[in-house]
Structures are given as C-alpha cells and as structure tokens.
Design a protein around this ligand. Structure first.
Ligand SMILES: [Zn+2]
Length: 152
C-alpha cells in the first residue's frame, strides 16, 4: 500500500482536517504526493505570477491556515518522480488520481471540488472543500516558513 513521504506529510499537515481525511483515504488506493497545502503571501503571488493560480493572495483557498485546498500529483515510486502529464500515460494517471480523490471524499463523507472539473481554469492537481467550515478560518499566514516551495 502506498504511503506519504515526509514532505507530503508536512504539507498535508497544513490542510484542513477534512482534506487530511480525504488524502489519507486516497493514498491507500493510489500513490501520489502532496505538493501544496497552505500558501503564504509570497508563495501565492509567485503562483499567480507564474500562471499557476488565477488568484492573488489572500483570495485563494490555499491562503488560510488550515488550508481549504490541497494540490496533489501522481507519484511514480519506481522512477521516483512526479507525473505532471507529459505523456498520455501520465495524463491517464492524473485522471485516475482525480477519480481516486473523489471516491475517497465520498468514502469519508467530505464534499470536495476537483479543479480538473473546472471549465475555465482547469487544474487537475487542485482539490478544495466545497463548503467553508465555520470553525476554520481567517488565519492568513503572512509568513509561514515550512511552506516555502522548493518544487512545483
Ligand atoms: Zn491548488
């Protein structure tokens, strides 16, 4: 059974408990990495500048702590690399991961939206809570050192 590496666990720990439940269920069925949980101001505005997000800080669901969104990518444990969709095979793996995440959300009773289902800014690596939990919000991490990204 696949399991998360240290970096994935660290990033997942910045996500809302409901997203942690979804990911911890999904990893039982499919190998993937968590690439992003919460994003501080610098990271969000960098993502915007690079075209990887359409939102500036603090408008993304990644900008609270805990994060209401999580980014994931299929992980090839044999070749030790993420599958970003650079071949048909990789695209199929991404599609599988979307389905695994949606199935896992159903299994644990959490409603999530898959960025892969968005027509306007399709983002198959992104998942977010459909409903904003009342208890979770308004802590905006200006500086949140463990989330300095080293990879995309
Ligand atoms: Zn995202």
């Amino acid at each position: 059974m696949p399991s998360f590496g240290a970096k994935s666990r660290e990033r997942l720990a910045t996500c809302h408990a409901q997203l942690q439940d979804v990911c911890n269920e999904a990893i039982k069925h499919f190998d993937f990495s968590v690439t992003c949980g919460t994003r501080d101001k610098a990271a969000q505005n960098q993502a915007f500048a690079q075209g990887k997000s359409q939102k500036r800080w603090p408008d993304s669901k990644h900008n609270s702590l805990p994060s209401l969104a999580v980014d994931v990518v299929p992980w090839d444990s044999i070749n030790r690399r993420a599958l970003w969709g650079n071949s048909n095979y990789e695209m199929i793996q991404i599609g599988r991961l979307v389905q695994v995440m949606l199935d896992a959300a159903n299994a644990v009773g959490v409603k999530i939206d898959a960025g892969g289902n968005w027509a306007r800014f399709n983002d198959p690596f992104h998942f977010q809570l459909t409903n904003t939990p009342a208890s979770s919000l308004q802590i905006l991490p200006q500086q949140y050192p463990i989330h300095r990204r080293t990879t995309w």
